[in-house]
Design a binder for this molecule. Structure first.
Ligand code: NAD
Length: 276
């Protein structure tokens, strides 16, 4: 018997990395998968990998656009008429190449300075260089996307008086990550949103929790330079980046009945990078 037998789960940004791993993990445990991403082909490929090309659903939607999110949930309502699990996973990293190149260059420079005499002299200057567009896009995908999808999911979950919502935050929302003020703010926002909505909807039988992963090996972290990666691994007591499966295991627990006394929590699989 699977831990999610008979359950219907929607995973946003399910075509890659952590989201893909969550789709595969949930499918293995008996859930029917609705895989969302910005291209339908990528989502369909994951459904096929789950062995659910027919019973599952691949939906193209940009989660930062409320109309596209509403249209996605209308498709879910039409095909299934319910929803048991929502994982708000869709996200972007430092995908502006100018910002990313400077981030890798300055952090590598800082490593050299630390190795030389322990004193960092080169500043990131990330916040003063950040454009309105990069700020808005980051908050749009992560924070607005989480809100838009949660709002629509609750319209299905509250009347059925059951549901599990798992929001993917980050250690950057807990400690702040230098060079990523917009990402850190968006993830901290997701944590506050999680705690508020969890208190509100538990009376309707809907559970809301968040996962705040540490550094995980996915396409998002491929852009990290070797020097920065080494420094991050050294700062992680477990000595390694996590795998998408490390996060998917926790998502499975939070999506299943095993977590029925866990409400509004932020749980952080991070190899000891943050211990609180
Ligand atoms: N990789 C890490 O180290 C790490 C650490 C902490 C948190 N996270 C978070 O985990 C989540 C998944 O990240 P990942 O590392 O698997 O990255 P990834 O780049 O491998 O996957 C992200 C997926 O989200 C999709 N996506 C992006 N924008 C979207 C949008 N507007 N609408 C719908 N889908 C969209 C992408 O197409 C992609 O398939 C993100 O929220 C990320 O911030 C990642």
């Amino acid at each position: 018997m699977g831990r999610l037998d008979g359950k219907l789960a929607l995973v946003t940004g399910g075509a890659s990395g952590i989201g893909r791993s969550i789709c595969l993990n949930f499918a293995k445990e008996g859930a029917t998968i609705i895989c969302n991403d910005i291209t339908v082909e990528a989502a369909q490929k994951v459904l096929a990998d789950c062995g659910q090309a027919k019973e599952g659903l691949a939906v193209k939607a940009d989660v930062s656009k409320s109309r596209q999110v509403a249209a996605m949930f209308a498709k879910v309502q039409k095909k299934y008429g319910r929803l048991d699990v929502l994982v708000n996973n869709a996200g972007i990293g430092l995908d502006n190449p100018v910002i990313r190149a400077r981030f890798n260059k300055v952090l590598t420079q800082q490593q050299g300075e630390i190795a030389k005499d322990g004193k960092v002299r080169t500043a990131l200057e990330a916040t003063q260089r950040l454009s309105d567009a990069d700020w808005d896009r980051m908050l749009g995908v992560h924070l607005n996307g989480t809100f838009y999808c949660t709002r629509e999911a609750l319209k299905l979950m509250e009347p059925q008086r059951s549901g599990k919502i798992v929001n993917i935050a980050s250690i950057c929302g807990m400690t702040g990550c230098a060079g990523a003020p917009h990402y850190s703010a968006a993830k901290a926002g997701i944590m506050g949103f999680t705690r508020s909505v969890a208190r509100e909807v538990i009376v309707k039988g809907v559970f809301v929790n968040a996962i705040a992963p540490g550094y995980i090996d996915t396409p998002m972290t491929e852009a990290v330079s070797d020097a920065v990666r080494r420094a991050l691994e050294m700062a992680t007591p477990a000595g390694r980046f996590g795998s998408p499966q490390d996060v998917a295991n926790l998502a499975l627990y939070l999506a299943s009945g095993e977590s029925d006394f866990v409400v509004g929590q932020v749980i952080s699989p991070n190899g000891g990078y943050v211990i609180a």
